[in-house]
Ligand binder design. Sequence first.
Ligand code: C5P
Length: 251
Amino acid sequence: PSVAVIVVAAGSGSRLGHAVPKAFVPLQMRPLLERALDSIFRMREAVQIIVVAPSDRLTDARGIAAQVAARHEAPVSPNRPASGPAAPPSRTVTIVGGGRTRQDSVDRGMSALIPSIDIVLVHDAARALTPAALCDEVVAAVRSTGHGIIPGLPLVDTIKRIANSGAILGTVDRSELSAVQTPQGFPRSMLAEAHTWAAQNGRFEALTDDAALVADAGLPVSVIPGHQLAFKITTPEDLERAELILQAALG
Ligand code: C5P
C-alpha cells in the first residue's frame, strides 16, 4: 500500500467518565476502536493501519483488530468466478503503544510506517462513526494537491470572544472559521518534517493537532468539507448521541 492510517487510541478519555480508556468503551456492544477500524476497512484502497493503543491494552487492541479483519475478509470460495466481485484490498494492522500526549502517540505511530507509504492519515479512534468515504476523500485531496488536507465543518453558532468575567469582547466573523475533524491527511515527508520541526522547537505541547504542527512548520494545509458523523466522542452526551444515531440506522 501507499497509504497508511494511524488511529490514535491511547487517550484515557477521562471526560467520558468510564473506568476503561475511551477507545475501549462500548458503543452499541462494540468498542469505539472497533467501530473506527470498521470504517477504515471499508476504504477503497489498500492501506497500512497502525493502531496506537495504551501500552497496557495492546492485547485488547490486537483482539479488536483481528475481529474487524475477520469480518472484512473475502469469502473463501475455491470456485469464485474470475468475473465475480473483487476481493477487498489487503490491510495490514500494526499495534503500537501510545505516549503521554496525542502528538507523542502520533510520533510512535509514525515509527511503524512501512517504506512504501507516501500518504499518512491521522485519525482519532474517538471519531468512531466517521464514514469511510470521508477517509477516501482526504486521500484523494492529498494526492491531487500535495498539501496537508483536513476535513472541517462551518460553525452554526455565533461565536463570541469573552473575558474571564463573562463580559463580551467581540463577535468573531463566523465565515472565517471551520470546526476541524479527522482523518487529517498529509504527504508522509511533510508530516515527518513537521514533527521533527516541532520537536526541535519545543512546539509539541502548544499544538493539539497535526494540521497545526504542519502549518506551524510553514507547510500548506487546506480544509475540505467534513461530515456530521465524524464528530468526536468526548462527553457522555456525545456517546448518547452516537447510540441514538446507530439505533436510528438499525431502524
Ligand atoms: O482526548 P481527546 O479526545 O482529545 O483525544 C483525541 C484522540 O487522541 C483520541 O482518539 C485519543 O485516544 C488519542 N490520544 C492518544 N494518546 C494520548 C492522548 C490522546 O492516542 N496520549
